[in-house]
Design a protein around this ligand. Structure first.
Ligand code: SAM
Length: 272
């Protein structure tokens, strides 16, 4: 049986019409949402703006129109040529064909801290956020579109039912400001979930006050790994009850009741 001929379904601008689900491709088409994001970013002269996942350029071209130059990291090689071609009439686009998780933001900054932006692939949002935290001192701020539920977790206060590891890790290093929500209809194809735009502004290292980032991350992970347990039990083998008390925290408290500062004091405790 002969196969039907392969049809390469591309639009006039060279972009394929079908989105790649495994790359989290939900392309933004609602112009009013794009305008609100660009307004929130408010590009200023001299800014080094880096977009993660430019896709078909929904944010890229309006940002180029405003700012004149942009770096964009895109994993899907099929998008590179049409992006480069379409960008020519908007400004200078430097494309980095890479998995964003392999990009060294500190090296990319090369002395001019970055403003990261992106409508992120939702399947990778937490790894991208943690990767950015590792380079927080090379980042001025971040404006990301994410699943609304993830933004709620990022910004949740202690005691909230979605307060957890992501909330503590991000709030320890950044100011987290949810900006606005976006419905599924703004994207093609429409995702099954609501989305939200969030602004993250990394704090200066002296303001953060964490002595050992790895130990801090380990303690937060252990505390929330067993969130129903008391801290004394959840941190068994890491810190004992007396040490927890010495940090000014009740050993019978649960992780979800602790403030970010409590976790920082626990992690900064030195062995006597
Ligand atoms: N910015 C476009 C928009 O708003 O329409 C596209 C957003 S789409 C939700 C996510 C984009 O991230 C896609 O272009 C996808 O190919 C890209 N992407 C997925 N995984 C990636 C990775 N590991 N590194 C870089 N880009 C990635």
């Amino acid at each position: 049986m002969s196969r039907p001929p392969q049809v390469d379904r591309r639009d006039a601008d060279g972009f394929r019409r079908d989105a790649k689900k495994h790359l989290g491709q939900n392309f933004l088409h609602e112009r009013s949402v794009v305008d609100r994001i660009v307004l929130a970013i408010n590009p200023r002269p001299g800014d080094h703006i880096v977009e993660i996942g430019p896709g078909q350029g929904a944010l890229t071209f309006p940002l180029l129109d405003r700012h004149g130059a942009l770096t964009a990291i895109e994993f899907d090689r099929d998008l590179l040529q049409p992006l480069a071609a379409a960008a020519q009439s908007h400004g200078t686009l430097t494309l980095v064909p890479a998995d964003v998780l392999s990009v060294d933001f500190s090296a990319l900054a090369a002395g001019t801290p970055l403003r990261l932006v992106g409508n992120l692939p939702y399947n990778l949002s937490s790894p991208i956020l943690f990767h950015a935290l590792e380079h927080a001192d090379a980042i001025v701020d971040m404006h990301f579109m994410l699943q609304k539920e993830v933004v709620e977790r990022m910004a949740a206060p202690p005691g909230n039912k979605v307060y957890g590891r992501l909330s503590v890790m991000l709030q320890a290093y950044c100011t987290v400001t949810p900006l606005f929500t976006v419905g599924p209809g703004a994207f093609r194809p429409a995702p099954k979930v609501d989305s939200a735009v969030v602004r993250l502004v990394p704090r200066a290292p002296a303001q953060v006050g964490i002595d050992d980032p790895r130990r801090f991350a380990d303690i937060v992970r252990a505390a929330f790994g067993q969130r129903r347990k008391t801290l004394r039990n959840a941190l068994h083998g890491v810190l004992d009850g007396d040490a927890i008390l010495a940090a000014g925290v009740r050993p019978d408290a649960r992780a979800e009741q602790l403030h970010v500062d409590d976790f920082i004091r626990l992690a900064n405790l030195r062995a006597p």
